[in-house]
Design a protein around this ligand. Structure first.
Ligand code: HEC
Ligand code: HEC
Ligand code: HEC
Ligand code: HEC
Length: 171
């Protein structure tokens, strides 16, 4: 009897280890993406930043990056919540983990979990390639959304169609 119970326990442990290995494989699944859409010459950021002193103060930037306007929960945060202060070539997750720009979806996914889930499944965003076999590539969130001002501007509606200019004799 005892041997049977021990055997059963061993069996379940084996199944458990198998399942966790399958799930963790899913968790570290990578998403192939095209290169991040940087402006020309801006990367590597460390070209300038490696030799700069850090100024962590929230302020209006005057000397560089003047084209960047933060409209993304800007009252709650500052650049260095996403950009790692000590190495600008990396992004920083909430738990302090550093990631490359090619994986910025992990950063976005921390707060936009539902959209991130849809993105992985190919419902949100854009996925190209094969369904079976072969690789499928994903567009990064930042290929479509500006990370600093991600909301799409409303599109101005077209004017309503004008009535045809028919000259009718109403008199
Ligand atoms: C929500 C997180 C977030 C915040 C906050 C943020 N950034 Fe970014 N930033 C990103 C991501 C993600 C990219 C990468 C875009 C890409 O892959 O091309 C980026 C790209 C950049 C770039 C490269 C832009 C280019 O032209 O290619 C610069 C410079 C930059 N950020 C500076 C800043 C500054 C300065 C601030 C604060 C005023 C700031 N960021 C705030 C996430 C953030
Ligand atoms: C040509 C040099 C140069 C490059 C390249 C550059 N930066 Fe900067 N960056 C600056 C300067 C100068 C400032 C300070 C501007 C100010 O204080 O007005 C700055 C400020 C910032 C800030 C604001 C916080 C701070 O430390 O002052 C962030 C965030 C930032 N840069 C991110 C980036 C990222 C991310 C990249 C690469 C994608 C990048 N920068 C590339 C020169 C550069
Ligand atoms: C720390 C949390 C946080 C992170 C990280 C974050 N966001 Fe957001 N995002 C917000 C909040 C809060 C709002 C709503 C407030 C606002 O729009 O200013 C928002 C708004 C948005 C919107 C506009 C939603 C609408 O209603 O139209 C988009 C799109 C978006 N984020 C995309 C992104 C992308 C892309 C990234 C990664 C580069 C990202 N977010 C990273 C918190 C976050
Ligand atoms: C192929 C382009 C594309 C990609 C890639 C993309 N989005 Fe979007 N996203 C859109 C469009 C288009 C909308 C709809 C805007 C509207 O309705 O005003 C949208 C809407 C949103 C919204 C606001 C509406 C909502 O459903 O909450 C958020 C937040 C958002 N996206 C975040 C993300 C994040 C996070 C990623 C990456 C994981 C991402 N997006 C990838 C194009 C894209």
């Amino acid at each position: 009897m005892r041997i049977l119970i021990n055997g059963l326990i061993l069996f379940f442990i084996l199944i458990l280890t198998y399942l966790t290995s399958v799930f963790s494989k899913e968790l570290i699944e990578e998403f192939p993406v095209p290169p991040p859409p940087f402006s020309e010459g801006i990367y590597p950021c460390s070209n300038c930043h490696a030799s700069m002193d850090l100024n962590p103060k929230k302020r209006v930037l005057k000397d560089e990056h003047t084209n960047i306007q933060l409209h993304h929960a800007e009252t709650l945060r500052w650049c260095l919540d996403c950009h790692y202060s000590k190495n600008r070539d990396k992004l920083r997750l909430y738990n302090g983990e550093l990631i490359d720009f090619g994986r910025s979806y992990l950063l976005c996914g921390e707060c936009h979990g539902n959209v991130f889930r849809d993105w992985k499944a190919g419902i949100h965003g854009k996925r190209q390639g094969y369904f079976i076999g072969g690789k499928r590539t994903y567009l990064l969130c930042v290929h479509c959304h500006d990370a600093h001002s991600p909301k799409f501007k409303g599109i101005k509606p077209e004017p309503p169609p004008l009535p045809p200019k028919v000259k009718r004799d109403v008199r």
